[in-house]
Design a protein around this ligand. Structure first.
Ligand SMILES: *Cc1c(COP(=O)(O)O)cnc(C)c1O
Length: 395
């Protein structure tokens, strides 16, 4: 049996076939001098807005900037509280803090790994009072106004948005989708009677184009999508030192723009995203079929209202650390997303959550294992990963 190493991620081969086009982008910038702003940026913003099915896209320096600007533009104020999950990358909560607010955690659903809308509403009902004037929820213990929620479409699968939007509507919360792992994911909205793309459902949404994401730049990148013209305008100002026109500053902003070269690279790669996502879904189906025959391994769950784009393919296994080590010994790269939930991170000790605060997140923490997942993976490689996984689990 031929045994070949299978890396967790492959950032080289996706660009091999695109070298000529990517070089042209670079030369275009060198020859025109458009390094910041300009036609390549506008082209990409239009293309990505179209891809997501929204009116506006504002490209920025990173997903973290996108989250922060979107929160601020959606009305999150200094001293507010913003709800999200402990089971996400720290950028989600960094953006909340950077917008001047405090993160509040709500536990996830055991099967989808995303926010559980029932726990979300229960938290609001038990921990908050409703302000008579603003009709907003105020956290009793802190006196903070709960002004927004960030549903994180983790691993490329969308949250149950109908339920979340309904709660948000009733409690006057802005909804900023963290779509940093979900470019092209879809949600079948009963409320709207159609399949909707990630980034098109909330007040605004944030995407990351960090190299390993489903759509990755050749460096840093991010974007905000929204149907709200005022929010798009505000984000454009925030990314550009609060300028409404050159040297006229309505407020202090940030240096949060996307390089024109990265925008050009992203426009080239965006043309392949649907195909790449389809291949990820094909790999996921193959993984799931084979894994269903593995004792002690739980495959990811995709509800009927979801079309996930599998940024990551995360299984649950008993004896995870031992299994991961055994796979590593066989040359199979895996990852942990995430080994320590945010509420147990040192950076958030001041929030006062302890062990036991979020039982579902904590129960999956020691069992999750991310297997190799990228479009350039072959069927044989998928089969080989499963064979090794099976062997490791029964050892
Ligand atoms: C990658 C990621 C981010 C941050 O994006 P950057 O571009 O790295 O700033 C935020 N949230 C989630 C869930 C992510 O995976």
């Amino acid at each position: 049996m031929d045994v070949q190493a299978i890396p967790f991620l492959d950032l080289v081969s996706p660009h091999r076939d695109l070298e000529k086009e990517l070089n042209e982008v670079f030369l275009g910038a060198v020859r025109s001098g458009h390094f910041v702003g300009g036609p390549m940026l506008e082209l990409f913003e239009n293309d990505f807005a179209l891809f997501c099915g929204v009116k506006h896209c504002v490209a920025v320096h990173s997903g973290t900037d996108a989250l922060r600007f979107a929160l601020m533009a959606a009305g999150v104020k200094n001293g507010d509280a913003v709800i999200t999950v402990p089971n996400t990358f720290i950028a989600t909560t960094e953006a909340i803090s950077q917008a001047g607010a405090m993160p509040i955690f709500v536990d996830i659903d055991e099967r989808t790994f995303n926010i559980d809308p029932i726990k979300l509403e229960r938290w609001i009902k038990t921990a908050c009072r409703i302000d008579i004037l603003s009709k907003k929820a105020i956290q009793r213990s802190s006196g903070r106004t709960v002004s927004a929620i960030i549903p994180v479409h983790l691993f490329g699968q969308m949250c149950n948005m109908d339920a979340i939007l309904d709660i948000a509507h009733r409690y006057h919360l802005a909804v900023v989708e963290d779509a940093c792992q979900a470019h092209g994911a879809q949600y079948n909205s009963r409320a709207r009677g159609q399949w909707c793309k990630a980034g098109s459902l909330g007040t605004a949404a944030a995407f990351s184009f960090y190299p390993g994401k489903n759509l990755g730049a050749l460096g840093e990148g991010g974007a905000i999508t929204t149907n709200d013209e005022a929010i798009a305008r505000e984000c454009r100002m925030l990314r550009d030192h609060g300028q409404s026109q050159k040297y006229y500053h309505e407020k202090e902003g940030y240096n949060g723009r996307l390089d024109a070269i990265q925008a050009g690279m992203l426009a080239v790669k965006l043309k392949h995203l649907n195909k790449w996502n389809e291949t990820r879904r094909t790999h996921a189906r193959r993984y799931c079929e084979k894994i269903s025959l593995c004792q002690g391994v739980v495959a990811p769950f995709e509800p009927e209202w979801s079309r996930a784009v599998y940024h990551l393919f995360v299984v649950r296994v008993k004896g995870r650390d031992r299994v991961q080590k055994e796979l590593a010994d066989q040359g199979i790269g895996t990852g942990l997303h995430y080994p320590v939930p945010l509420h147990l991170q040192k950076a958030y000790a001041h929030l006062g959550y302890g062990k036991g605060s979020f039982p579902v997140t904590e129960s999956i923490m020691g069992e999750i294992l991310s297997l190799p997942m990228y479009p350039q993976l072959t069927e044989e490689q998928v089969d080989q990963v499963v064979r090794r996984l099976k062997a490791a689990c029964s050892a």
